[in-house]
Design a protein around this ligand. Sequence first.
Ligand SMILES: C[S@@+](CC[C@H](N)C(=O)[O-])C[C@H]1O[C@@H](n2cnc3c(N)ncnc32)[C@H](O)[C@@H]1O
Length: 322
Amino acid sequence: MTLNPTKPGKQQRLPSLDENRELTVNLGDTRDQTNTLSTIPILSNRVVNVSSVPQRSPLRYPGGKTWLVPQIRHWLANLPKRPVLFIEPFAGGATASLTAVMDGLVDNAVLCEIDPELSNLWTRIFEDADELAARVERFVPTPSNVRRAFNKEPLDELDLAFNTLLKNRINRGGIIAKGASKMNSGENGKGLASRWYANTIAERIRAIGRHASRFDFIQDDGLNVVERYKDKQDAVFFIDPPYTVAGKRAGKRLYNFNEIDHQALFDQMSEVRGQFMMTYDENREVVAMAKNRQFRLAKVAMKNTHHEIMYELLITSHELLS
Ligand SMILES: C[S@@+](CC[C@H](N)C(=O)[O-])C[C@H]1O[C@@H](n2cnc3c(N)ncnc32)[C@H](O)[C@@H]1O
C-alpha cells in the first residue's frame, strides 16, 4: 500500500463528480493528529439524487449506500487495475456489491452479513430468485395478508425470506431490527402498500438471480472475512459497518447486530493488501482511528432521513482525490 500524505495546508485541484466542475479544497495534513473535522477535504458537495442511480437492491435498507453509488463507481473505474474480487463484509442491503458486479466493474463479489434473518434472505435470493420473485408478485399487502404471512406455521426458509423482505418494505425506515414499528399511513396514505412495489422488487430479485454465480454469500462476522482475504492483492474492500463508534445510538437502533470492535476493524484494515473504502459518520473518534493508521480521509455530502444535508466520511487506503 503506498501512502503519500499531503503536506499541511497544500491546495490541490480535485477531479470532482459534481458535473465535471473541479473543487479546490484544503487537503490539510492526513498525518495531523488534531482530529479536526474541518480540515478533512470535501470530495463532493453535491447531494446525489438517488432516483438517478440504477437501484439494484430489493431492500430499502437503513444506512443503505445508494447515495454513494456514483463515488463507488468512480473509485472502482479509476483503480490502476480492474479488481477481480469485491468484498463487502457488512452487506446489509448490499447495494455496493450488486452495483460493482452488475455494472461489470468487478468479476465477482463476496458478501458477508452476521444477521441470520438477513442472511437467510440473501441466500434465498441467490439460490431461489425466481420462486421468491413470483411470491412477491402474487402478494397483496393488506393488513390481513400481512398478518397471515407472519402467523403462518411452520415457516420454511423461503417463507422466512419473504417475511424479512415484507418487514423491510412495511416497517418504518425499512428497519427489521427488534422493536421496529410498521408504517401507519405510509406514503400518500397508502398504508402498508406504499413501499410494496411488487413488480420492481420482483424484477430486482430476478436480475440478481441471473448474476448469482458471481456472488459468494457468507453468514459470518465481517472481521473474519477481512482476515480471510487480507492478503489478496486483486481484491477491493467496501466496509460499511454500523456507525456505533463512541457509543453512538443511531447504529444500535437500526440493526440487531451492532456491537463492533471498531479499533480491531481498523487494525485489520491496515493489514489489507488490496485497496479499500470505508464509510463512517463524521466524528472525531473515527477521524483519530483513521489518522493513527495513516488512512486517507474525505467527506461526501448526503441527505439523512430527515432530509438534512450532512457529511459522511470516506476512509481509504489510497489517495482518492488526485
Ligand atoms: C450500515 S449497514 C450496511 C448497509 C449497506 N452498505 C447497504 O448499502 O445497505 C451494516 C450492516 O452490518 C451488519 N453487521 C453488524 N455487525 C456485523 C458483523 N460483525 N459482521 C457482519 N455484519 C455485521 C448489520 O446487520 C447491517 O446489516
